[in-house]
Design a protein around this ligand. Structure first.
Ligand code: ZN
Length: 376
């Protein structure tokens, strides 16, 4: 999820807001206006509204603190964090690498709920300090705001501790199972299954609340369940793919038969004599005896067909120094992550400055299919 509005940076991490967050801000403000009108009818309308708006702004801050706790532990453990985005269903920290050890996963997972619990305690403590003076009737607005924030933060901590991946509790469960079984993928599969069960329960509960009790918050719970189900299912699938690829290195699946084309070859001859005749998907470009880059049939589309006669390969080549490459020893799982990050479908395989071959997503899919067929 890309942030729509960038708010600033904390410790090198960009804090962003997705426009759907406005939904939750309106929902929270609306709920607290209703709540305060009932519990503190003596308040002026302006006071009621201000208190509700202040709560929704400070709750926003609470979620940033929660995500920041995850992010700072991740950073300290060598996992870079790019952004924290807040959206309709909470916050998400974009952590670029998976945890390398169960301990790293455990501390990263528990940091958020611990932070929310601490903020909850702090707000409750501040409320008791503020409340020390004599109060005639009901709560003063600052005390009411602090107590509401305190319970919101405790709810945030407790909800996130539900043991279903990818909730924080699911991460903690995954870390513990990983530690017990010594098998990361199995731990992910079990905690993602737990995540699916939690998500379905939330969805059913939300639907019931909406239909039977005609409560709007049921709609929100249902959406949350839907979103979680999606995320848990994706995690499960990803774990299955990773299991299929563990132990496979780039050298085991890459193509070595990269045909070579000359940099000064016109595109028309490349199309006629190479692409159409051989059906190959990848060509190394040679210029004065050295490989300078890669070209694929898709690159023909960059130039109008009428100009293929007077355009050379060199003009559409992806230069080697601009391409992310992998070595034959790189685990395929890592190469797949590189492709995802760089948004490419193929990577040159380089060793000691020489191009050894190339790797594409279809190579990897082929391995996965073969392995699934064998295990059936
Ligand atoms: Zn969290």
């Amino acid at each position: 999820m890309q942030p729509s509005i960038t708010l600033g940076r904390v410790a090198g991490i960009e804090i962003g807001l997705h426009y759907t967050w406005l939904l939750i801000a309106v929902l929270i403000t609306g709920s607290f206006v209703g709540y305060f009108s009932q519990t503190n009818p003596q308040w002026h309308t302006k006071t009621t509204w201000s208190a509700a708006v202040v709560i929704s702004v400070l709750f926003f801050g609470s979620i940033v603190l929660h995500e920041l706790a995850h992010a700072l532990v991740a950073k300290a453990r060598g996992m870079p964090v790019r952004t924290i985005t807040l959206f309709a269903l909470g916050g998400v920290a974009h952590i670029e690498k998976e945890a390398a050890t169960p301990a790293a996963e455990f501390w990263m997972g528990i940091a958020g709920p611990v932070m929310s619990g601490a903020v909850g305690l702090l707000c409750a403590w501040l409320a008791t300090l503020w409340d020390a003076g004599p109060v005639a009737v009901g709560l003063t607005p600052p005390v009411a705001v602090l107590l509401s924030l305190s319970s919101l933060n405790f709810m945030l901590a407790v909800f996130n501790l539900i043991p279903g991946f990818p909730l924080d509790g699911g991460r903690i469960l995954r870390a513990l199972l990983w530690r017990i079984f010594g098998d990361e993928d199995r731990a992910t599969r079990i905690s993602a299954r737990a995540g699916q069960a939690v998500a379905l329960s939330l969805f059913a509960l939300g639907l019931w609340e909406f239909l039977a009790l005609e409560s709007l918050s049921g709609l929100w719970l249902g959406l949350l369940g839907w979103f979680l189900l999606d995320a848990a299912t994706a995690s499960y699938t990803q774990a299955e793919v990773l299991t299929g690829l563990r132990g496979v290195r780039v050298a085991d699946v890459m193509s070595r038969d990269c045909a070579t084309v000359r940099a000064d070859l016109p595109l028309q001859r490349y199309a006629d004599e190479y692409v159409l005749k051989t059906g190959r998907r990848c060509y190394a470009v040679e210029d004065r005896g050295a490989i300078t880059g890669l070209v694929t049939p898709a690159d023909l589309g960059k130039v109008e067909r009428a100009r293929w006669g007077d355009t050379t390969i060199a003009e559409v080549t992806h230069p080697l120094h601009q391409l992310r490459s992998v070595s034959p020893d790189t685990p395929v799982v890592e190469a797949l992550q590189t492709m995802g990050r760089e948004d490419v479908n193929q990577l040159p395989v380089m060793e000691a400055g020489r191009m050894e071959g190339w790797l594409s997503r279809s190579h990897i899919m082929h391995v996965l299919r073969t392995r699934t067929e064998l295990s059936m």
